[in-house]
Design a protein around this ligand. Sequence first.
Ligand SMILES: Nc1ncnc2c1ncn2[C@@H]1O[C@H](COP(=O)(O)OP(=O)(O)O)[C@@H](O)[C@H]1O
Ligand SMILES: [Mg+2]
Length: 250
Amino acid sequence: MSQAPPALRCDHVVKRFGDFVAVNDVSLEVRPGEIFALLGPNGAGKTTLIGCITGLARATGGTIEVFGHDVQRAFRKTRRLVGLVPQEINFDPFLSPYQSLLVQQGLMGQKPDPARADALLSTFSLSDHRDAYSRHLSGGMKRRLLVAKALVHHPKLLFLDEPTAGVDVELRKELWEEVRRLRDEGTTIVLTTHYLEEAEMLADRIGVLRKGQLLVVESRDEMMARGGGEKRLEDIFVQLVREGAEEAPR
Ligand SMILES: Nc1ncnc2c1ncn2[C@@H]1O[C@H](COP(=O)(O)OP(=O)(O)O)[C@@H](O)[C@H]1O
Ligand SMILES: [Mg+2]
């Protein structure tokens, strides 16, 4: 049976910081073309797990594959397959949006591609601020620039780590549209969020992480069915995390 490999496969992934176990034996598959929401309270290990996948950190144990390639052994390959919109704003405040995109192309081992940079600026409504200092952009523009940066090399698997934290309603809706558009183009998306409503709106499947452990992975509809069609995802989530508390010593 020859099947396309999953976009992401985590197999018993562990990440320790000293004695502290931030990611505790996580096994998970993300299918090509889906939007997967990774939910979990603050400190659950979402950013740490994403760091291990995207090569910012090294897992202490287990294996991680991106489209069938091991992220440690085939680092150069997988780095080009993944894009990351980080939780923290991470661009040089003295570069313009245009320059940031060209620098990012270089970091991804690409030749400068001014046309591609301008196309991304246009997609993200940043053309008018092409040559402004990035530090002068509004919060929403900075967030859009982060997404544009993550896309310069056409990643097949895109991680959005709390992309809408502290972002106003209008921009959140814009980002949702963008996420859907990327998915329609064939990009696989893993999204972490605090806004349960966001997962409810966007996700095909949802995983819940708590204290480094994956409590459940279900389709959005399965997850919603836990509430008998009456509860909001938010209430289901709170209940799950509470139940997990009793059975998940760390
Ligand atoms: N570099 C680090 N050194 C020590 N502890 C860390 C480090 N990075 C994260 N942690 C801890 O790991 C846990 C998970 O953090 P994180 O992955 O950022 O959670 P989340 O993104 O789900 O909020 C937290 O308790 C955090 O304090
Ligand atoms: Mg985080």
